[in-house]
Design a protein around this ligand. Sequence first.
Ligand code: EPU
Length: 416
Amino acid sequence: MDKFVIYGQKPLIGEVDISGAKNAVLPMMTAALLANGITIIYKVPDLRDTRTMIRLLEIVGAGVEFNDGTLKIDASTVTNLVAPYDLVKTMRASFYVMGPLLGRFGNVKVSMPGGCAWGPRPVDFHLMGMEKLGADVRLDQGYINASGTSLKGAKIKFKYPSVGATGNVVMAAVLAKGTSVIENAAREPDIVQLCEMLNLMGAKISGLGTMTLSIEGVKELKPTEITVIPDRIEAGTFLIAGAVLGDITLNNVKADHLQSLLDKLEECGASINVEEDKIHILKSNEVRPVNVTTNVFPGFPTDLQAQWIALMCNASGKSIITDTVYHDRFSHVPELNRLGADITLHENVATINGGKTLKGAHVMSTDIRASASLILGGLMAEGKTEVSRIYHIDRGYERIENKFSALGAEIHRESE
Ligand code: EPU
């Protein structure tokens, strides 16, 4: 197992290129299963999660080539409609094969995802959506079996605008007979891009970026070519580092995907300058405490909550961070406290008494964004920090240590 060794408090200066978005590309890869031919996706980040999804596509029978960020998926050879436990347990996004395989082949068997590091993360909305479209959905020996050779358009209203359920149900509905309407749909940029891709493939989806998606079913979809949007969470992680240590320019970013974060960074005192697909951030001399409550897009993303807490440890006063999306996603808190932070947790609310000097220590990461938070903590702390179990970070960030090193950070990957 690898760990990061970080010597903190080095200034970050220069430019960093942001990769394609993990949470956009994963459903796009499964959308390719809807077409009988070769789909090409550009700017695909080389992550453990994209590699896991490639394995899953190969298991169902697709031909996959991945070179230099270009992914070719030949879904003309798909025959095995099963997503096995071994893969689904390592990556919940594997569940995204359900919609497309059910839609195109009328049958699919997907291992039921278990809990994850921060709680139960159910899939009931996904299953409710498939049932509304007319699928017969059963749980058998840990697997969800969904079948329905003639799915029919339906009105589906989610209790909460779930990203995964919206994407999955849209992918099942594009080939259903008649029109489906999804109310309380997710509006995340990842879902907008998925719908844009499906429309390029011949689907008829309207209402993109709103809470109501209307999907007129079509007979078949054809393959397409598309470039993945920039990863707003990777970008946000670098911006948060920049607010304490930096004078950095991010290339390949979309500021309108990051507005809630940019507003909060300015409140903290950082200077932000946006120009086309670049964002420049200059650190604040004194980071002011700024409260944050996570919410669905365009609110402050839960995927940046852990990194924001690391930033607030450096602020000149008390701040309160509330996660309304995932109530238990705080495994980074006790680890940041090991670095000398003063954070208390009550249910889904973290209170940070900022201004304590962070001091390097050995800490352990438990999920992708907690790892990012601990790396930020290490970069901001005095002395040496070791972050163990960094395989989590490799799920969602492309060689994050190389990107930080190029900006002047002292961070090395070592085996434990
Ligand atoms: N929910 C249900 N039932 C469902 C589905 C969701 O109750 O059937 C609840 C969840 O428990 C949660 C809320 O709805 O409280 C939102 O969950 P959502 O379905 O939107 O999350 P997801 O699709 O499972 C994606 C990202 C996550 C990100 C969330 C929220 C991917 C592959 N994953 O998960 O990303 O945190 O949306 O924005 O897109 C990450 O990248 O580190 C990550 C965890």
